[in-house]
Design a protein around this ligand. Structure first.
Ligand SMILES: [Zn+2]
Length: 178
């Protein structure tokens, strides 16, 4: 099992609530269908929102952030997740309209516009799209690339397919998990 820690930065000026974002990341990255099922573990350095803690206080040992262990923020296995506007993504990654991953410095830039409102061509619901976005960008950080071709007709969509652009949606069936 390869272990990473991560932190999420949501700049105030974006006007997004960070607590549900932290919850969504924790929920997605601890799901057995996620990269976790492929021997990758991701531990949030941020506590889950207190409402979650209160609800699950009897099982506090199960809360991912309680198991931080030896992973230190700023270590080479730490991932920074930054919510960003198109203009910042353009300056950093050279394109707009998408999220991007700086695999060298292990930084994921989540496109705040897509996070709020998934592109229609993706064919995904809001929650499905957010799950996809998290797993796709984290996928880049752990060394996964876009597939060269769509899968065979009727097979499950690869999470590393650029679903934001609606690629392969007419060929492959909807899927947001690796
Ligand atoms: Zn990508």
């Amino acid at each position: 099992m390869k272990r990473f820690s991560y932190s999420i930065e949501v700049p105030k000026e974006l006007g997004l609530y960070s607590k549900p974002i932290v919850s969504k990341f924790i929920e997605t990255l601890t799901d057995p269908r996620s990269w976790k099922g492929h021997q990758f573990e991701f531990v949030s350095v941020q506590s889950p929102p207190s409402s979650t803690l209160r609800r699950t206080s009897r099982h506090v040992g199960d809360v991912p952030s309680q198991r931080l262990g030896k992973v230190q923020p700023n270590s080479k296995n730490h991932i920074r997740i930054i919510f960003a506007r198109n203009v910042q993504i353009k300056n950093t990654c050279g394109f707009t309209g998408l999220s991007c991953a700086d695999t060298i410095n292990k930084i994921v830039y989540i496109n705040e516009r897509n996070w709020r409102c998934p592109p229609k061509v993706s064919g995904l619901s809001l929650q499905e799209y957010r799950t996809y976005l998290i797993l796709h960008e984290i996928g880049h950080i752990i060394g996964k690339n876009h597939p060269i071709k769509c899968g065979k007709v009727g097979t499950k969509m690869d999470v590393m397919t650029q679903q934001t652009l609606g690629k392969c949606t007419k060929i492959n069936t909807k899927n947001v998990w690796p």
